[in-house]
Design a protein around this ligand. Structure first.
Ligand code: PLP
Length: 442
């Protein structure tokens, strides 16, 4: 239960004085002092419980402080806290076997998180194919290290431009705002033929892989049309280009399946994951490759790995987390509650002038907010904010609802264990905030 911390303000001040916060102008960082959590809530130093509708950057899938994962971490610490990356360990065998089983792929290479997983996926694709370029999409985020930041299409890449060479970007399956003046129907057809044209202009023999998020996350939960993945898979096969899916955010139950691409009946060549792999309890990512790539590295040097790769405590946390998913039927809960979430979002779209579009799959969803439904003018500019988005944020904060907001998007990505009552309460608070926004735009 939340308790008052005797020195909360001082802790915040010291955090700001002696440490730097990510993705922040430092003198604008305004962190909450987090002191604990339970299930779908976390606690702050003033004794408040916050409903976590963002799951700590869409990570804490099984909720805060799940006892089974805490116990597994403690047990592993007691047995063996650390082994260097070149050693065989029990947990490495168990997690590797399990990841092959749930993805249908062959082998895992462990990393410390999502960015590093994507770095290694791109490196492996280049080594395996002998080709230099990677195609990514504009509305994507693949991480904050140099290569994955360059691979990202969204404005977070701008500070490192020109970044690493060899990234070519294409447009996304953003059906609410199709590019090139197309209608959604035209773009459903055009979004793959456009990629094929780019491949031909770049030279198919120069392209190692196409890397896409399983479902685009922080760029607006872009659920693709059903035809997208089968056609993308076929395109990759036609030109012997690898398909890498970044399931860092969309994987491990977020959409109700292990991998988002399992909804579409296709198999990627390489999958990257992190976040929901351990529910954030310990840092871990993985690059999971198909049998052909695994075979290639049987006889070719795999140049990569860090001191902490395959850290036993992280692997133990992942094993326990996956057992929780299975033993507590969490993906089934996501699929059921996801239907309810979708119905509520659709109702919000009908009810509020500022809700232009809603997109959802499982417990992965977003409200796209506009000033005018007819013109689709965004409620905040791309890469910017607005008084209306500020109002929405302030209201949710005042109700201790922790939400992920970005540009003109309000995300709804709660822990996968959230109850229907908790979710409804959170959505009621979003509705109160949307009513205030409507007052500003009407
Ligand atoms: N890929 C996607 C789709 C992500 O959403 C993120 C982080 O939000 C990353 C990669 C980077 O992962 P990490 O922050 O663990 O390096």
């Amino acid at each position: 239960m939340p308790e008052m911390h005797p020195d909360s303000q001082h802790i915040i001040e010291e955090n700001r004085e002696f440490t730097m916060f990510s993705w922040s102008v430092q003198n604008q960082a305004n962190p909450i002092h987090m002191t604990g959590g339970k299930g779908s809530h976390f606690f702050d130093g003033s004794g408040n419980a916050w409903l976590d509708m963002a799951s700590q950057l869409v990570s804490i899938n099984v909720g805060h402080q799940h006892p089974k994962i805490l116990q597994a971490i403690k047990d592993q610490v007691d047995t063996m806290c650390f082994a260097g990356p070149g050693f065989a360990t029990d947990v490495r065998a168990e997690l590797g076997r399990k990841l092959s089983e749930v993805t249908g792929l062959a082998k895992s290479f462990f990393t410390l998180g999502g960015s590093e997983a994507n770095e290694n996926a791109m490196k492996m694709a280049r080594l395996y194919t002998g080709r230099p370029k990677i195609i990514t999409r504009y509305r994507s985020y693949h991480g904050a290290t140099m290569g994955s930041m360059t691979a990202s299409g969204d404005p977070r890449r701008w500070p490192v431009e020109p970044g690493v060479p060899g990234i070519v970007r294409v447009f996304d399956p953003y059906m609410y705002r199709p590019p090139l003046g197309m209608t959604a129907e035209q773009w459903e057809e055009g979004c793959i033929s456009h990629i094929e044209e780019v491949i031909q202009m770049e030279g198919p023999h120069t392209i190692a892989a196409i890397m896409v998020e399983g479902i685009t996350g922080s760029n607006g939960v872009l659920v693709p049309p059903d035809s997208y993945y089968p056609r993308l898979r076929a395109l990759c096969d036609k030109y012997s280009i690898l398909l890498i899916t970044d399931e860092v955010m969309s994987g491990f139950g977020r959409t109700g399946t292990w991998l988002a691409t399992q909804h579409y009946g296709i198999k990627p060549d390489i999958v990257t994951c992190a976040k929901g792999l351990t529910s954030g309890y310990m840092p871990l990512g993985a690059v999971i490759v198909n049998d052909k790539i695994a075979d290639y590295f049987e006889t070719h040097f795999l140049a990569g790995g860090l001191t902490y790769s395959g850290h036993p405590v992280s692997l133990a946390a992942a094993i326990a987390n996956i057992k929780v998913y299975e033993e507590e039927n969490i993906f089934e809960h996501v699929r059921e509650l996801g239907v309810h979430l979708g119905q509520r979002l659709e109702a919000m779209k009908r009810k509020f002038a500022c809700v232009g579009d809603v997109r959802y799959i499982g417990l992965f969803s977003v409200l796209e907010l506009v000033k005018d439904k007819a013109t689709k003018e965004p409620l905040a500019p791309f890469n910017g904010t607005s008084p209306e988005m500020g109002k929405l944020a302030a209201h949710l904060k005042s109700k201790h609802i922790y939400a992920m907001l970005r540009f003109n998007w309000a995300f709804v990505c709660p822990p996968l264990v959230i109850t229907k009552e908790e979710l409804d309460h959170g959505l009621d608070m979003y509705e109160e905030a949307l009513a205030l926004v409507d007052q500003m735009i009407l």
